[in-house]
Design a binder for this molecule. Structure first.
Ligand SMILES: [Ca+2]
Length: 297
């Protein structure tokens, strides 16, 4: 099975996709057999020919939002500013959103690894990250929590092949069968509704880590518009050749592991988080074990 957009990567990755004894394939076959609705592997919906990259990406990549976030200052929890300078009687100046910036260290719970080491998939992937180190903790403003936990999830594929969309925000990032949702082939998205607009600091996503795969065209977007037509901020975009038509991005693709991937959101306010992907090195399918959205309520 060949990934369509790979062909567009300049033909270099031509030999990538054939993985014969891939557990993922087995899982898929198993599920397909039980559901007797096996999606014909070969006749994957032709992803529309990648549009010739327009020079000006559409709304998807607005200029980086003005970062309201104080630069994270690890260590040095500054003692609360004693007493604000005694302000002269009449100063109606509204205290500018208390930029006290007190930070705390957050250590997400990582599931157990499903494979040993990080074998890089065969083939030549143009924007593959090399030597990436797992991020095990991060600092964020005090009070930051996973706002996505148990929140409703929608998708471009409302009837997943395996699992269901609630698995994306059930708090379990395990990579085993039964813990991930498998979406249709090609360019697909999942979207989390946080219920209200909040400052978002980090997004942590586990696509699939049962074996060594790389997903393509990952684009993580934030917006207050459920349709993602206006006010969209892209905080990560690895679609280097704009094959998805959402605008080209310079971010790397990476080998999935149990540590997932942490995306920096810099305090952008948003109610909805949408994650795009476009198949992987083992199949054209898309997967999610879990997505956590760290923000301040
Ligand atoms: Ca989950």
């Amino acid at each position: 099975m060949k990934k369509t957009s790979l062909i567009t990567l300049g033909g270099i990755a031509a030999s990538l996709a054939v993985t014969s004894c891939d557990p993922l394939e087995l899982a898929k076959d198993k599920a397909a057999a039980s559901a007797s609705a096996s999606p014909p592997a070969v006749s994957a919906p032709a992803t529309p020919a990648p549009a010739p990259a327009p020079s000006a990406p559409v709304a998807a990549t607005p200029p980086p939002a003005p970062t309201p976030a104080p630069a994270p200052t690890p260590a040095a929890p500054k003692p609360a500013p004693a007493t604000p300078a005694p302000t002269p009687a009449a100063s109606p100046a509204p205290a500018a959103a208390a930029p006290s910036g007190e930070q705390e260290i957050i250590k997400p719970n990582f599931p157990k690894p499903m494979f040993i080491g990080t074998p890089v998939p065969a083939g030549d992937i143009p924007n593959l990250e090399s030597g990436g180190k797992p991020v095990l903790e991060f600092s964020a403003p005090k009070g930051t929590v996973n706002l996505a936990l148990k929140k409703p999830v929608t998708s471009s594929d409302p009837a997943p092949i395996i699992g269901d969309l609630t698995l994306v925000t059930d708090g379990d990032a395990d990579g085993a069968d039964g813990s991930f949702v498998e979406l249709a082939p090609g360019h697909q998205w999942v979207q989390i509704d946080l219920g209200a607009s909040h400052p978002i600091w980090k997004v942590l996503a586990w696509h699939y880590h049962k074996n060594s795969v790389v997903y393509f065209d990952i684009n993580v977007q934030l917006s207050d518009d459920p349709e993602f037509k206006t006010g969209v901020t892209s905080i990560y975009n690895s679609d280097h050749d704009n094959s998805s038509g959402l605008g080209a991005g310079n971010d790397k693709v990476w080998v999935q592991t149990n540590h997932g991937r942490l995306f920096d959101a810099k305090g952008v306010k948003a109610r909805y988080v949408r994650l795009y992907s476009n198949g992987n090195t083992a199949s054209e399918l898309n997967h999610y074990c879990e997505v956590a959205v760290y923000g301040t309520p």
